[in-house]
Design a protein around this ligand. Structure first.
Ligand code: ADP
Length: 508
């Protein structure tokens, strides 16, 4: 166990609930591994701390082994042992914490969605800090993500900095302000936080009630750097309509809050090397794309008699945020316009799941529509590769990765102008945008008419201008969605914060 960095770069430790491909539920998992890889490439020492879930993709971890070190951490008035594992994921060192707690916090067959999630992740946040402390780490930056590890910020300043784990600045990234992990105030006492001290309107108290605390609010207040995942979303959440109750807190802490657009892992998402695909292809040779489309149509039992029939794809969590009514509408609109439609989606929301199960059943033998209601990485890649168009009709979207992945695989995005979609999809017909940036179709009003306004134009372009469409594919496949630029922005924020802290220490 190395205790700290001797390299000239920064020592950055991420504490998070997800990391692709070992433990991925959504975009957070992708961001964690891609940002870490990009920072490592720039010469920084990057380490990651994750829970050791039973349901991880263990085959993606190299050299997984248990350390001799047993870390004891506090919870509910007692000390509990944690077994610490270390392994390499995507070339990055990762610590996995296995709590030896009778509640078996991470032996649940799933990542999130348990009734005791607050206990599971507040336990993990504390155990992660305890690990860093007991291992004698001296990180420059501790970077926590979303409500699950938001507890790290107040725990660090209230408990761990006084104990001597005090080398770090805390960076908190909120990947989606819809999920804040609010709970009855007394519940944060389990991990050792003092709720009398923290349950105040200017600290962790939720705006909805004086008896509830809000971990995300706590992380905003107690972190040195607060980021979210696109510039437009950063503006939206500072308004009362978009802030999910946190706009006032974000405005009060505006100097330390910025939006940085996510990138994608362009090594992993690359149609020229993607080993999940039957046929690899690139922007200069799209034959493989057509072959993948045919293979997918065969696999799903769709008609493949007309190679010019457009295929519309959608890959998403089916939750209200994603505009489920517009996704449903798009199925019927695709049929009206003579297109095929393939949806890959899973839903944690029972009534949405039931609704889509019914639609899936209705179309189970249809030759132009297929709904696959599960999480499936391999299938997702063949859908990106096979789609001519890709819809993202979100009501709000912090960043969104699927529009970028779709473009990298040569599928033209049709997206609502919100959050990160507004920062990455630019309408082909919008004269106010420089021509070289225009890469898809967008709409503003989240209703069927609004959606059709973009969708019908895309369809018309596809049908009437084959050459123009091919040029558009070529253009979107060549856009640089890598993490280089965004990782530099994080690096800059880290460096500024670290040098401010050093300057302050010198003065003191
Ligand atoms: P969010 O984080 O809100 O779910 P993002 O667009 O940021 O949305 O990230 C979604 C990621 O999850 C993408 O990598 C997408 O390919 C993947 N994904 C979403 N649903 C599925 C699914 N059913 N099967 C496979 N991958 C999925």
């Amino acid at each position: 166990l190395t205790s700290s960095s001797s390299s000239p770069g920064l020592h950055v430790i991420h504490i998070a609930a997800e990391m692709a491909p070992v433990a991925k539920v959504g975009g957070l998992g992708d961001v964690l591994s891609a940002l870490s890889k990009a920072l490592q490439k720039k010469g920084h020492l990057v380490e990651i701390v994750l829970p050791k879930y039973d349901c991880m993709q263990y085959e993606s971890i190299q050299d997984l082994r248990a350390l001799d070190l047993v870390v004891e951490s506090y919870f509910d008035g007692q000390l509990f042992k944690n077994k610490i594992w270390i392994g390499t994921v995507e070339g990055l060192p990762v610590y996995f914490i296995e709590p030896l707690h009778p509640a078996k916090f991470f032996w649940r067959g799933k990542t999130y969605g348990e009734p005791d999630d607050l206990k599971r992740f507040s336990f993990f946040s504390r155990a992660a800090l305890e690990l860093l402390h007991q291992a004698g780490k001296k990180p420059d930056i501790i970077h926590c993500h979303d409500w699950q590890t938001a507890f790290v910020a107040p725990l660090y300043w209230d408990l761990y900095a006084p104990k001597g784990l005090n080398s770090a600045r805390i960076c908190f990234t909120c990947h989606n302000f819809e999920y804040q992990g609010t709970a009855p105030a007394s519940e944060i006492a389990s991990c050792g936080l003092d709720f009398h001290h923290l349950n105040r309107p200017d600290r962790m108290q939720d705006h909805s009630s004086p008896d509830r605390i809000n971990p995300v609010k706590g992380a905003i207040v107690f972190s040195n750097i607060v980021t979210t995942v696109s510039p437009t979303y950063a503006q939206e959440v500072r308004t009362s309509q978009g802030g999910q109750g946190l706009h006032a807190t974000l405005n009060a802490h505006a100097q330390k809050f910025v939006g940085i657009l996510n990138g994608i892992d362009t090594d992993s998402w690359n149609p020229a090397t993607d080993s999940y695909l039957r046929f690899q292809y690139n922007a200069n040779d799209l034959e493989g794309k057509a072959d993948n489309k045919k293979a997918l149509q065969r696999l799903l039992g769709l008609s493949f008699s007309d190679s010019r029939q457009p295929l519309v794809g959608c890959i998403t969590r089916l939750v209200p945020q994603k505009g489920v009514h517009l996704i449903r509408h798009a199925i019927y609109r695709s049929l009206e316009l003579g297109a095929q439609f393939v949806l890959l989606g899973s839903s944690p929301v029972p009534n949405i799941r039931r609704e889509f199960e019914e639609i899936a059943k209705k179309f189970e033998n249809h030759e132009h529509v297929r709904l696959i209601l599960k999480y499936d990485e391999a299938l997702s890649r063949s859908i990106y590769a096979s789609s001519d168009m890709f819809i993202i009709p979100s009501i709000f979207e912090p960043c969104g990765l699927t529009q970028m992945i779709a473009m990298r695989y040569g599928a033209i995005p049709i997206a609502r102008k919100t959050g990160g979609l507004n920062d990455s999809v630019f309408d082909v017909d919008d004269d106010t945008i420089p021509v070289q940036l225009r890469n898809g179709y967008t709409f503003v009003t989240p209703d069927e008419q609004g959606f059709n306004g973009a969708f019908d134009r895309a369809f018309n372009h596809y049908k009437t201008d084959n050459e123009g469409w091919k040029e558009l594919i070529n253009k979107v496949m060549n856009i640089d969605f890598s993490w280089d630029t965004s990782a530099s922005q994080y690096e800059e924020l880290y460096l500024q914060s670290v040098s401010r802290a050093r300057a302050a220490r010198r003065v003191a």
